[in-house]
Write a protein that binds this ligand. Sequence first.
Ligand code: MN
Ligand code: MN
Length: 351
Amino acid sequence: MEHPTTPPPTTTASAAPRIMTGTTLCSGMESGGEAGHGRPLYGPSDSKVSPRFSGIRTYARLPHLTGRLAGVDAAIVGIPFDTGGTYRVGARFGPEHIRSASALMRPYHSGSGVAIFDRLSVVDYGDLPVVPGYIEESHRRIAGGLLDVLRAGVIPIDLGGDHSIALPELRALAEVHGKVGLIQLDSHSDTSEAYFDQPHTHGTPIYHAVREGLIEPSRSIQVGLRGPIYSDRDYAIPREMGIEVITGVEAHEMGMAAVAERIAARVADIKVFFSFDIDFIDPAYAPATGTPEIGGFTTWEAQSLLRRLAGINYVGFDVVEVIPAYDVADNTSFVAANIVYEFLALLAQAR
Ligand code: MN
Ligand code: MN
């Protein structure tokens, strides 16, 4: 049977319709060009050439690249795992929603005056393999996947996933870099030894990271702790482990400039992993998260803090605990996409 042919598109323009070539959507190479011309190898599609709502979703319309990371400075890495959640779950869908919300990222960071992708070659590495329901096996595979990225000399920027992924992230980082410093923005310290008599949840990764010797506590700092807690031990434990803690109340009273000074002084010149739990942000701005706490920080406060943290020796980043099913108008994913963009700006400024 013969299929009906598609009628030609109608046009109201007075000029004759023109067929354009060379406009394949989302090649991801439009701003990159050839290597060896002083420009980074990989960059985003140009949204003045193809509209930003078109193409297959990657972070900021970057090329999706796996397995061959030569010529890459930083990689966006999805870690769609949420078996560590103790309350709300669904962070497994965080990476895809953050990617979708990131279509609005433009290439020039107005906060620092840096054309990010003129300085940095960035790709979207896709998602690491996980096994839903099997936390230790997933952690093993996550660490293995990140080792591939790190051994290629690439800085990973990970999209969670619940915060339990910080443990395999830090295992991989420590394997390659030795003990790292930790900057953790979070409502919670995540330093419980166990929940339900189990060692691995999103409330325990930092306890185990310290115990396993993955981070250097004297070069580590947590900011934003707040909300109802089990007891005053919740804040005493990280401090007894040697981590500096600035509670949410203290951070509000100090202001972001003073917080940034304390962070920079704390980590000094050690290699640093930056872990951003989206619940650092107030649920008014980022409601879609596993364990929301009021009294949090505005998106501007987060940007203001991050923009004061250039000049630190970063070796990895993450943004975690985005659970899109609880979102309103994609707000939380949009905040997370912008936090990642601030991370890229910090890296670009160091180039
Ligand atoms: Mn956390
Ligand atoms: Mn938290």
